[in-house]
Design a protein around this ligand. Structure first.
Ligand SMILES: C[S@@+](CC[C@H](N)C(=O)[O-])C[C@H]1O[C@@H](n2cnc3c(N)ncnc32)[C@H](O)[C@@H]1O
Length: 213
């Protein structure tokens, strides 16, 4: 997949791209490109935002700035899916992640300040996604949430099988995963369930199915 992120803070992504699962698929299954709106703004001094018409607090990301960034990257509005990250978008779920993983090319637009000029969402983006019913200061964390969620579903991101049987997966019927335990078998009197120490895989499997939440 080619995943392009447009942001005012491209360096914010450095940590995530050095970690698994993103690092494991970069250069093979995932081609990640980070674009700064400031690199292509036609306005002076790297300006990208302006005061809202009608007044009010905060600054709004300008439509001509985002259009210029898309023009520079694609020669216009791309034909592939362009997602505006916005609290007003449809809510992100695992099903939405699975839908996005099927795309060969995907573009994420993030804003800061008061958000996007609405014409960006209407005319330049083809989808809008919210990562939850709360407001963050910028689209970088939402973009990273999507990037991580997508990367772990790409081939080679995780060790064999570990991405299949997880919370919200089809394998678990969309339910939450069963509890996990590791050594020590007892700590401060808190014991690991005996069945998990039994070595009896049929019993372990049925205990796990019973404890899906
Ligand atoms: C401070 S927010 C703007 C909030 C906007 N004024 C509102 O009331 O909905 C700035 C930017 O952060 C990003 N953002 C904040 N919360 C988000 C969320 N829950 N999901 C996706 N993006 C979000 C969006 O790109 C948004 O335009």
């Amino acid at each position: 997949m080619q995943l392009d992120v447009f942001t005012l803070v491209p360096h914010a992504f450095a940590w995530l791209t050095e970690q698994r699962p993103v690092a494991a698929v970069l250069g093979t299954e995932l081609d990640l490109r980070l674009f700064s709106y400031r690199d292509t703004t036609p306005l002076k001094s790297g300006q990208v935002d302006d005061e809202p018409y009608g007044g009010g607090a905060g600054m709004v990301l300008r439509v001509d700035i985002v259009a210029a960034a898309l023009d520079a990257a694609y020669g216009g509005v791309p034909r592939h899916r362009v997602v505006a990250l916005s609290p007003q978008g449809r809510q992100l779920t695992q099903a939405v992640v699975e839908e996005l993983v099927r795309e060969e090319r995907l573009t994420l637009l993030s804003a800061r300040f008061e958000g996007f000029d609405e014409r960006i969402v209407t005319h330049l983006a083809s989808d809008a996604i919210s990562i939850g019913p709360y407001v963050l200061s910028g689209g970088e964390l939402p973009a990273m949430v999507l990037l991580d969620g997508i990367a772990r579903r790409l081939p080679g991101a995780l060790s064999e099988g570990s991405g299949e049987l997880e919370s919200f997966s089809e394998e678990l019927g969309g339910a939450l995963e069963y509890p996990h335990y590791t050594r020590p078998p007892e700590f401060r009197g808190w014991r690991v369930p005996d069945v998990l120490l039994s070595g009896d895989h049929a019993r372990i499997d049925s205990w796990r199915r019973e404890h899906v939440r």
